[in-house]
Design a protein around this ligand. Structure first.
Ligand SMILES: [Zn+2]
Length: 244
């Protein structure tokens, strides 16, 4: 028998009331069969929902790899499901992770961020700031993070005035090129630095202005598309939820 702490990210119907579950753990991805996941009276049904943090007892099955024996909810994200915006925020974070991170080491690295973020989004934290940070961390783990330590063109650490997403980071005053760069506010630069530097315990301090946050999320989904060919289904849903 195997015991694991995990966060459920994908629930795929299998046969009548069963599901194939994709979860992430502090060690990487975990897939298993959950019998009765769609059986409302079943003992495992409440825990086999997306974004639940659970403790799992698994056994090696005959045909389908690991099978769930028992699940205990450690943290329930169900309160987030009452808000379209919070739910959409969790959806896009889950989609970004599942589509971008293939390596178990990267998944292990994102685990503590996701764990914090789900808790914050389920409570009172501003959800778009969490989306922004989790997308930044995912980009960094995928090798497409922005350089927020220095100017990407000359290496200067002084007089940073812009972020160039195509070039991958900060641009200083003397390298600033009006044709290709757009100068940004102090807040925008501060947010970029925060997002690519923060630790899981810093997530509770993420509360950024709407316009800048949406601008980053839009640039990040473009970066994911350009670099990894990923198009995010839940991006439109998130934008609709913002404007509701
Ligand atoms: Zn420069």
């Amino acid at each position: 028998m195997e015991v694991a702490t995990a966060i459920i990210l994908r629930v795929t119907p299998f046969k009548e009331k069963d599901a194939m579950i994709t979860a992430i753990t502090p060690e990487g991805y975990l897939s298993f069969l959950a019998r009765g996941a769609f059986n409302l009276q079943g003992k495992n049904a409440p825990a086999m929902q997306k974004f639940m943090e659970v403790e799992l007892e698994l056994t090696e099955g005959k045909a389908h790899g690991l099978t769930l024996r028992r699940a205990t909810i450690i943290y329930s994200s169900s309160s987030a499901m009452r808000s379209l915006l919070r739910m959409s925020a969790l959806e896009i974070i889950g989609e970004v992770i599942l589509k971008s991170l293939m390596d178990n080491r990267d998944v292990a690295n994102i685990y503590p961020y996701l764990q914090s973020s789900i808790r914050l989004i389920s409570q009172e934290a501003e959800p778009l700031s969490q989306v922004f940070i989790l997308m930044a961390i995912t980009l960094r783990l995928s090798g497409y993070g922005l350089d927020v330590d220095q100017c990407v063109r000359c290496g200067s650490k002084k007089a940073i005035v812009a972020v160039n997403f195509l070039d991958g980071g900060f641009v200083c005053q003397s390298c600033f090129d009006q044709e290709h760069d757009q100068s940004q506010t102090e807040m925008f630069l501060k947010m970029a630095r925060f997002a690519f530097k923060c630790q899981p315990e810093d997530l509770s301090r993420a509360n950024f202005p709407l316009m800048e946050t949406l601008a980053f999320i839009s640039e990040f989904q473009q970066l994911l598309f350009d670099n990894l060919g990923i198009s995010l289904k839940s991006y439109r849903l998130l934008i609709e939820a913002v404007h509701q």
